[in-house]
Design a protein around this ligand. Structure first.
Ligand code: SF4
Ligand code: MG
Length: 331
């Protein structure tokens, strides 16, 4: 199929007083045209940093390298920060967890939707206003005329996130990147926002990358999933692969922590993620994994194919390890 974005061997490191923090440690992934990819993992696993690296939105203390970051065949890695800002407005739309911090409290909703239209699409103010009204209707905001004149604090959390989606959609992006877009919202509004994103994706044949800590959110919007941990990809596959043919013990742990029915007892994954100032030599999940062997602590398992299009990075997939694990690598 047809890859819209392809990221090859991305590394991102932050300089800190304590030393370099290796937030992303060699991550490769792609998203097809018209496809929704979910990137899931606990906070600090490198999922947001990966996307901020692709968009060149990292803070000054960060440094990144990649073999390639291809958008529609063009290498974003070779672009200037200025060109990346144009791509961010035109080809890639972004929405974040808290619209209150991404919307400017001092400007009306109308100004914040019109400005990028005037800047990127060279519309005049009247044209931009007409398009802003259409966009608000598109994202299901009632009485859009009135809303355009309001300030962000006059809107509910759900309405603000709809405004963010309208802004992200304003220049017909090929790709929408959404980082925890529904985390701050209550469950009903969360479902509505995910549904809206799904509608936008279908209507405009757009690709979506949804970043979340919640596998439950992934299943309602995405077709493929990447599971990240400790700055690495642990598992990659379709939603069905991850949910019904789970390869990696960490993915299994995430699945066990999703509430399927109310009042069900959840099983949280015990322990904490690895310290990326001093990443472990072996499998990053070894300290929390109930299957961990001596081998796991010493050597890092590679991402290997466990089914068509389904990959997992765990020594348990290695047949010779399975045969010998009891005798050779006792826990
Ligand atoms: Fe667990 Fe070892 Fe697999 Fe890592 S490689 S997930 S520690 S069994
Ligand atoms: Mg994040």
């Amino acid at each position: 199929s047809d890859k819209l974005l392809e990221v090859k061997n991305l590394h991102t490191t932050f300089a800190t007083d304590a030393g370099p923090v290796q937030a992303v440690r060699g991550v490769s992934f792609y998203v097809n045209r018209g496809e929704s990819l979910g990137i899931v993992g606990e906070s600090g696993c490198g999922k947001s940093v990966s996307m901020l690296s692709v968009m060149r939105l990292l803070d000054d203390n960060a440094s990144m390298t990649a073999d390639a970051i291809l958008l529609d065949g063009e290498d974003l890695n070779a672009k200037s920060v200025k060109d990346m800002r144009k791509i961010q407005g035109n080809d890639i739309g972004m929405i974040f967890q808290d619209p209150m911090t991404s919307l400017n409290p001092l400007f009306t909703v109308g100004e914040q939707i019109r400005n990028p239209l005037m800047r990127h699409m060279k519309l005049n103010k009247r044209e931009a206003n007409e398009r802003a009204l259409k966009l608000l209707e598109l994202v299901g905001i009632p009485s859009p005329e009135k809303r355009l004149k309001q300030y962000p604090h006059e809107l509910s959390g759900g309405m603000r996130q709809r405004v963010m989606i309208a802004i992200a959609m304003s220049c017909d992006p090929k790709l929408l990147i959404a980082d925890e877009p529904t985390t701050a919202l209550d469950v009903t509004i969360q479902a509505q926002i995910l549904e809206l994103m799904g509608e936008m994706k279908e209507r405009y044949n757009m690709s979506v990358i949804l970043i979340t800590h919640d596998l439950g959110v992934i299943s309602s919007l995405c077709t493929r999933v990447i599971v990240m941990y400790g700055g690495l990809i642990m598992e990659e596959g379709t939603v069905d692969d991850i949910f019904y043919r789970t390869g990696h013990p960490y993915s299994a742990g995430l699945l066990a922590s999703i509430p399927k029915r109310s009042r069900e007892k959840l099983v949280p994954i015990m322990g904490t993620p690895p310290d990326l100032l001093n990443p472990p030599a072996g499998c990053p999940f070894a300290a929390r994994c109930s299957h961990a062997m001596k081998l796991c602590r010493e050597y890092r398992p590679e991402l290997t194919e466990v089914g068509p299009g389904h990959k997992s990075a765990c020594w348990l997939h290695n047949k010779s390890v399975k045969i010998h694990r009891k005798e050779v690598w006792p826990v």
